[in-house]
Ligand binder design. Structure first.
Ligand code: FES
Length: 131
């Protein structure tokens, strides 16, 4: 595949869940050493550890914006254990494909949700809550 799908363009033009979250339960941050693109993701987790809200801010390319938006749509409502298992391939499939040279851009979202959940656990440890 060497062109963006309609779904990629749609997420790029109208990204879901963009913004900052006050009092997030977990914040993930990740940058690409290759291109300098950067993603921050915020999660709000309910008492059963389902993601009740998720937001992101990004400095990135079309594919990075679309894959991050798609990731938030996929992860919202999931248990955190399921959300951290989302792979780059899952995101690409959800969007109907990505051009070969843009596949690496999907890594940002897939890694950032893991970083946000890790931050959630670290915050819990600091407050001595059961994990
Ligand atoms: Fe940097 Fe797409 S070119 S994430």
């Amino acid at each position: 595949m060497d062109e963006y799908t309609q779904k990629v363009f749609e997420h790029f033009r109208n990204p879901r869940n963009v913004g900052v979250m006050d009092e997030a339960d977990g914040i993930g941050k990740i940058g690409s050493e290759d291109c300098g693109d950067y993603l921050v993701m915020y999660i709000k987790v309910d008492e059963n550890e389902f993601i009740e809200d998720i937001k992101f801010q990004i400095y990135g390319c079309v594919a990075a914006i679309a894959t991050s938006s798609a990731l938030t749509e996929m992860a919202k409502g999931m248990h955190i254990d399921e959300a951290v298992a989302i792979t780059e391939e899952d995101i690409i499939k959800y969007l109907g494909g990505l051009p070969e040279e843009k596949i690496h851009c999907s890594v940002l979202g897939a890694q950032c949700i893991k970083s946000a959940v890790l931050d959630y656990y670290q915050k819990k440890l600091q407050t001595n809550e059961d994990i």
